[in-house]
Structure formats: C-alpha cells, structure tokens
Design a protein around this ligand. Sequence first.
Ligand SMILES: *Cc1c(COP(=O)(O)O)cnc(C)c1O
Length: 222
Amino acid sequence: MIAENIQTINSTIPNTVKLIAVSKTKPFTDIQVAYDAGQRDFGENKVQELVNKTLVLPKDIRWHLIGHLQTNKVKYIAPFVHLIHAVDSIKLLKEINKQAKKYGRNINCLLQFHIAQESTKFGLSLVEAQEIVVSTEFLQLENVTICGVMGMASFVSDQAVITTEFKKLKEIFSELKSTAFSENGNFTEISMGMSGDYDAAIQAGSTMIRVGSKIFGHRNTN
Ligand SMILES: *Cc1c(COP(=O)(O)O)cnc(C)c1O
C-alpha cells in the first residue's frame, strides 16, 4: 500500500513539486518500504525520533525536520539534517548557524509563517521576518541558507479559508523574493500542503508538500 500511495501521489502532482513523506510515529519498516519504492525525502517532527531513525535507515535519505525545533536540540540534528522547515526566530537561526559551523557544513532552512487563523501554531508574520532579515545578526550568519518559506493552513473543512491562507504564504514568499532575497538564488521553496489540502496548496504555488497519513495511513495520536 505504501508504495502504491507514493506512486499515486507522484503521478498526480506536477514534477516540479517535491513530495516529503512524513513518517513521524511510523516504524522503520514502513520507511524502508517507502525508500524501496524510490522515496528519498522524509519528514519528522521530533528530534529524538528523527535521530533514532537515521541510525538504522539508509544513509542517502534526505531528512527534513518539519516540526517546531527547540534551540537546545539543534546540536543533535546538525550533523545530517537536509532541511529545517520551521524556523521562526533569530535565536534559533543563530544556534543553527553555530552548530552548522561546528560540523563544517551549511544547513538549509525555511522561515515558518503564521498563516492560519488558529493562535496555537508557530510562525512569523511578514513584518517580523522583514525585521529579522535586515538585522546585522542575520546578515552575519555564514553557515545557514534560507531556501524559502513554510506554513500550515487552518485545520478546517472550508476550502476557501485554506486557499486564502496558502495564497497569503505565496504572497509573503513573493514579497521576500523580490526584496530581501532578490540576490539569493537558493530562495525558491514554498513548503505548504499536507494529506488533506495539498491540491489546494499546489494550486496556490507550493513547491514542497508534506504528506503523512495519505502515504502511511492514520497515526495513533498519543
Ligand atoms: C504531521 C505533519 C504533516 C503531515 O500531516 P498529514 O495530514 O498526515 O499528511 C505535515 N506537516 C507537518 C508540520 C506535520 O507536523
């Protein structure tokens, strides 16, 4: 089923859109099945679980940290992480930069924006991001590459609400791309869309969708 689900999704999305298989809570064996079907990009939201999985799974997997990241946990993923999706403060960026430097590498990050109505979700406003990206602290970061933006739509059934929120993230991306990041050729990604809303996200300009349950089945929440 997992292999078929991946094939089905890949055959219905434009090939310019990258599929991140969100494997949080799922066992190694499920990830191996997806890997054997050709999937290489996987997303996890907990640092400890992510680290445990990297120890036993193939080394050429590109691991994406898609959940909220605490500053004191950056060091655990710094040696290998491919892309950190949910960066929403200069404090976190500075720590990522410090740890990246320690391992002699560059770490790719996305700036997370708050686009949903729900107040519980993390993320920046456009104004907050604009303040960060012109700050001296930000301009001194040498081991971090900002590759684009990330956001999550409200968890509602109203498609119009979801579409409006995705369009807002696209607008934020375009605004930053034409100003602060106009000289940054790496600023190309818009990470938006999950199992229930990735079609709407792609319509609105997503370049990266993060899909879990539609590949691996429902998760037991605990
Ligand atoms: C869990 C999660 C997903 C995937 O959710 P599904 O609805 O299972 O596709 C995507 N993005 C983030 C940030 C998540 O935490």
